[in-house]
Design a protein around this ligand. Structure first.
Ligand code: ZN
Ligand code: ZN
Length: 292
């Protein structure tokens, strides 16, 4: 048990130190400045080429969403997630150790060139996340957490990061085992995270973009606006589940873009009564359970 306690302590201080050095030492390998840089870039694009021309660049809930961005990216990791996930991984490996299993690698791709491993990781992780996103829409208690993201009524790049911290836990937990089964020879997937953040920011941006023929591979602002549409096809719990890639929605028949109306109403039924501040939104999924 002491070992887990030490791990929690070291994770917490390790992450605090990491965050401090990120802020103090700008470099190309630095989440903090990439997140700020990408956010500024997409925001400038929104101002220069707005799709909804009547939308204020400082749109409704802009500051709330910026707060979510820094909370989900940094503060949440600092106050616990990093420690919890390190303990989770250690406990899982200890559990495997009981059966004499040292790792669960089933496929070895470590000998492939680095760029190919990065591409594989990007595509495989995106497919796993597409499945998890579908679950978030279909499993009632998960949907209560995912509703925070869907409470956006006016879309802009920062809406990308409005999500409940439980989504971090759900995604990381469910994707851990399938990804651990693939033996990558790389440790550093930084560039994949940055590309995913860039595509995610663009998906939520007030930009009239589809990337032409690449729309069938890459998710884009028009496709993702329909993911956030308040009114879905009869009986559907969701459409356009793609994160970075739209490919999966086209392959599995969940793509839905009836028109390119920039002013499609967003949210879900009764979104008008959904809490509008950070703390109430964090509490909402838990309170909802008690009421039923
Ligand atoms: Zn969704
Ligand atoms: Zn979204």
């Amino acid at each position: 048990m002491n070992r887990y306690f030490d791990l929690a302590y070291n994770s917490f201080y390790g992450y605090a130190n990491y965050l401090r050095s990120e802020i103090l030492h700008p470099s190309w390998h630095n989440y903090f400045y990439w997140l700020i840089g990408l956010s500024l870039l997409v925001w400038i694009l929104e101002m220069a080429f707005p799709w909804r021309t009547d939308q204020n660049p400082v749109r409704r809930d802009f500051w709330l969403d910026l707060f979510y961005m820094f909370f989900n990216f940094f503060i949440f990791s600092l106050i616990g997630f990093n420690a919890i996930s390190n303990i989770g991984v250690q406990a899982f490996n200890d559990f495997l150790g009981i059966f004499g299993v040292e790792n669960i690698v089933a496929i070895q791709v470590g000998m492939l060139p680095g760029w190919m491993q990065l591409l594989l990781m990007f595509v495989i992780a995106d497919f796993i996340q597409w499945n998890i996103h579908r679950l978030l829409h279909h499993v009632d208690w998960m949907w209560e957490f995912h509703k925070v993201h869907h409470s956006v009524e006016q879309m802009g790049f920062a809406a990308h990061m409005r999500y409940h911290f439980m989504e971090n836990i759900i995604y990381k937990t469910l994707q851990y085992i399938p990804l651990a089964m693939i033996g990558f020879g790389l440790q550093d997937f930084f560039i994949i995270h940055i590309i995913a953040v860039a595509i995610g920011h663009l998906n939520h941006a007030n930009l009239n973009l589809t990337y032409g023929p690449f729309r069938y591979i890459l998710n884009n602002p028009i496709m993702h606006l329909w993911h956030h549409a308040k009114y879905l096809p009869e009986g559907s719990k969701g459409v356009n589940y793609g994160l970075s890639l739209s490919l999966w929605d086209y392959l599995f028949g969940t793509a839905y873009i009836p028109n390119e109306n920039a002013n499609t109403p967003l949210g879900f039924e009764d979104v008008e009564h959904y809490p509008t501040n950070f703390l109430s939104q964090l509490k909402a999924p838990f309170l909802r359970k008690k009421n039923h």
